[in-house]
Design a protein around this ligand. Structure first.
Ligand SMILES: [Cu+2]
Length: 133
């Protein structure tokens, strides 16, 4: 669903809340999708105790841009399987770097880093490979 023409004129707090909601939505959509299973972040140490140290993980993504939403800071990517993290799927990803987002256009092949924390994920280091299939 896309609401054209609707703009949020609230302050940073509203935008932040919105962004967090979108991130949560992206993770939920990803988790519900078949074959998509983010790795369990709780690890059991050798002594048997469970640690919950926050971790940042990075995965290499290769895929094709389907659509770009610069104001919404998101891009929909049809991406290949990400070993150990996610099956091949079409998914909307948050992109914090607005300039990177502005360079993107549907049809481009890209590589990027998927940065994953305990409660969010986004794309970084987006590189455009070309527009050939
Ligand atoms: Cu996914």
């Amino acid at each position: 669903m896309e609401r054209r023409g609707q703009q949020i004129v609230g302050g940073t707090r509203v935008k932040l809340a919105l962004r967090r909601a979108l991130v949560a939505l992206a993770i939920a959509a990803c988790t519900w999708a078949a074959g998509c299973h983010p790795s369990d972040r709780r690890q059991t140490s050798g002594t048997g105790e469970t640690t919950t140290t926050p971790r940042v993980e990075r995965y290499r993504l290769t895929g094709k841009v389907l659509s770009v939403d610069v104001n919404g800071r998101r891009a929909v990517i049809d991406h290949q399987a990400i070993p150990g993290f996610m099956a091949a799927m079409t998914m909307s990803y948050p992109v914090g770097d607005r300039r990177a987002l502005e360079r993107l256009a549907p049809g481009q092949k890209i590589t990027a880093d998927v940065v994953v924390t305990a409660d969010s994920l986004w794309l970084e280091h987006i590189a455009i490979l070309g527009t050939k299939p």
